[in-house]
Design a protein around this ligand. Structure first.
Ligand SMILES: [Zn+2]
Length: 291
């Protein structure tokens, strides 16, 4: 996970530029929900601004950083995900299914609720684009919180008082995900050893199965290539043009646009601070790819 940098005012301007009526329609729909006291299904229109998020997120899932298929011809694979569920909140960890079955959370994770965060169903700061795996299979309508659930919150800012355990990566509402989750080679691990950030990291990693083989095997390919590029730079006699190309590829792997950028950034940083460990992890990544 990486932070998706955008200020709220900028996000609202992007939404308005994409669809000048969207924010008015959203306010109107939210007022209806406020009167009814809950979310009501019918002619949903958050998909109308999907492209804004696809652009901001460089076509990547907000949670696992997988690159999704093309924004123009395959936009269906980019799912608009409500960070806080709109109509109900399910129990988590689930007793059955593909999620974190058997995981014992390190802290309170809140109770399920028959009412969702109905006043945030049309709030632009309650959306991200996510892949089917993270959104439909794993997240569904779950939303673990450490404190008292605030389904009546009218803004994401006020809802933060419920102490959410998942990190919202878009904008500056929440902490930078990289401050609480780091990568040790292909594996996501908590950056802190204990405390609130440690618990948020553990829950987020389990919740989105960030260390499932379907992700670690793909990160291994990235790290293997990155390690070879870093090693090439250390060899004597490498022609300048090749050296330059390798530097560019290392930079690109860490950019916001790159798939698994958080993993790449931590690996490059490790290579600078602990070469021995980086070499061991790089070699391990290559063996994973080969095996
Ligand atoms: Zn994902």
């Amino acid at each position: 996970m990486i932070r998706i940098p955008v200020a709220e005012a900028e996000l609202l301007a992007l939404v308005a530029a994409h669809d000048r009526r969207w924010l008015d329609k959203a306010r109107q729909r939210t007022a209806e929900y406020r009167g009814q006291g809950h979310y009501v299904e019918g002619s949903e229109f958050w998909g109308d601004i999907k492209q804004v998020y696809i652009e901001l997120q460089h076509e990547k899932c907000a949670y696992c950083e997988s690159r999704l298929a093309g924004r123009a011809l395959a936009s269906k694979v980019h799912e608009v995900e409500h960070f806080r569920p709109k109509s109900r909140v399910g129990a988590w960890p689930p007793a059955t299914g593909k999620g974190a079955v058997g995981f014992i959370p390190p802290c309170s994770v809140g109770r399920p609720s028959t009412r969702g965060y109905y006043l945030l169903a049309y709030h632009p700061l309650n959306y991200v684009i996510a892949c089917t795996r993270c959104n439909s299979t794993l997240k569904a309508d779950s939303f673990p919180v450490r404190g008292r659930r605030r389904t009546r919150a009218s803004t994401p800012q006020s809802a933060q008082a419920e102490d959410p355990l998942l990190v919202y990566p878009l904008g500056t509402l929440d902490t930078d995900p990289a401050r609480i989750i780091r990568f040790d080679g292909v594996l996501a691990v908590p950056r802190r050893k204990r405390g609130r950030d440690h618990e948020r990291a553990r829950v987020t990693i389990e919740f989105f199965q960030l260390n499932h083989q379907d992700l670690t095997s793909r990160r291994a390919r990235l790290l293997g290539a990155l390690w070879l590029a870093l090693r090439t730079l250390q060899l004597p006699g490498v022609p300048d043009d090749l050296r330059q190309l390798q530097r560019q590829s290392i930079e690109q792997a860490q950019s916001d646009r790159a798939e698994f950028a958080a993993c790449a950034r931590d690996f490059v940083a490790l290579h600078g601070s602990d070469r021995k460990r980086a070499d061991a992890l790089g070699g391990m990544a290559l063996r994973l790819v080969a095996g």
